[in-house]
Ligand binder design. Structure first.
Ligand code: SR1
Ligand code: MG
Length: 394
């Protein structure tokens, strides 16, 4: 902590140069800060021969709110180590970390300039046929290999300590599970849908189910999660998909990562009628997105089942009935967390561009209301809905 100071672009370039042999001529290095995320500084460092690297540095506060919201610098360590751990298990789908400096809370990593952020590209109407399959493979591999199916008790407990992430988990506990269900000052509610938001504050049946999902988030350390699996944490192109931004990583319920991904595809699906003026285009986008949700869950379930059957180390967990029940529970949790994501991205602090970019106020309010309605259904009906029924609900 003693050496810590937020980087200027010049200092970010020096940091990149010092820890990489990618750049030849030091005098030609240029760095620009381009991060538009919620929490950190992000620099692209380039030389004059189109080699480039990314320097990401944590700030001692949440960037989107300012210095009034202090935040641990240790999140840079968590991010670097989750990416390294996940990268060992599934290198094809994780951004490569080249160097991490704990004192500077800074990470040097691969520049994914030949990729686009999935959320931005999906909003622009682009399709990536492999996106869902790749995320299904990534999540099945990293979640299985960091779970009790593979890790012994002592190893997993040591990892849980290493990835104890109380401050970032608290953000999720508050923003995801608490704020949207009360008149909290952090909420950001479109006045047109205020009556819909107010219904959430009085809905004790819904609140009981959200309390259960929150309790599981707090006390079900099934695997080392990414922890923030929304479409802004995914870089994609026609052939390849890479996950970034793992600072919310911790040992939690597997359904939280799956549900966050599904929830963000659902948000994009619901936004389509507002994002495009042409009904036929909106419909074909919805078909693509629903198909991605289907491919994601089918791919994840098939690969996770196969891993359970073939690579479970602990003999107790080799029981096939147990394995089927485990996967069914992950599906139900995923639906619940997807529902929470729909609701918190609509009325909570951190909104998503999918809904925010709808220009027509009436269409925006319609999409937001649909997100609240679907979110509530997913949470309340998560134990009885199958995949087909989920797709029919949209
Ligand atoms: C104050 S952080 C707000 C949100 O941004 C992150 O990406 C997480 O999703 C968090 O909830
Ligand atoms: Mg993030």
């Amino acid at each position: 902590m003693s050496d810590y100071k937020p980087f200027s672009p010049k200092q970010a370039a020096r940091f990149a140069d010092l820890h990489s042999d990618l750049f030849g001529d030091h005098s030609q290095l240029k760095a620009e800060e381009f991060g538009d995320g919620n929490l950190n500084l992000v620099f692209r460092v380039k030389n004059n021969r189109s080699s480039s690297l990314i320097v990401k540095q944590a700030l001692p506060y949440a960037r989107c709110v300012g210095e009034s919201w202090p935040l641990t610098l240790d999140r840079a360590r968590i991010e670097a180590q989750v990416l390294q751990q996940h990268g060992k298990i599934c290198p094809d789908h994780v951004v490569e970390v080249y160097h991490f400096d704990q004192d500077l809370a800074a990470i040097l990593m691969e520049d994914l300039h030949q990729y686009e952020i999935a959320r931005t590209a999906l909003i622009q109407g682009k399709s990536f046929p492999l996106l869902a399959q790749h995320i299904a493979h990534y999540l099945a591999q990293v979640l299985f290999h960091t779970s009790d199916f593979v890790m012994t008790g002592p190893v997993k407990k040591a990892r849980q300590q290493q990835f104890s992430n109380p401050e970032l988990c608290l953000i999720t506990e508050d923003l995801f599970f608490t704020d949207p269900y009360s008149n909290h000052e952090r909420n950001n509610i479109n006045p047109t849908i205020l009556p819909e938001a107010q219904k959430l504050w009085l809905d004790t049946e819904l609140q009981a189910e959200v309390a259960q999902l929150k309790a599981d988030f707090l006390s079900k350390p099934q695997a080392l999660l990414h922890g923030d699996m929304h479409s802004g944490s995914i870089f994609v192109n026609a052939d390849s998909t890479k996950v970034i931004d793992a600072e919310f990583g911790f040992f939690g319920p597997i359904g939280f990562d799956c549900g966050s991904f599904i929830g963000n595809l659902l948000l994009c699906t619901l936004a389509q009628t507002g994002l495009t003026k042409d009904p036929a285009t909106a419909q074909s986008r919805q078909t693509y997105l629903k198909d991605q949700i289907q491919q994601f869950w089918q791919g994840f379930a098939a690969e996770f089942s196969q891993l359970m059957q073939q690579e479970t180390a602990d003999t107790s967990f080799q029981n096939s009935l147990y394995q089927q029940r485990f996967l069914q529970q992950v599906w139900q949790d995923s639906l619940g967390y997807a529902g929470c994501e729909l609701i918190r991205r609509t009325v909570g602090l951190a909104h998503v561009a999918d809904l925010e970019k709808i220009a027509d106020p009436a269409q925006k309010a319609n999409a937001e209301t649909a997100a609240l309605t679907l979110g509530r259904q997913l949470i309340l009906q998560r134990t009885s809905l199958g995949l087909e029924q989920l797709l029919d609900l949209i």
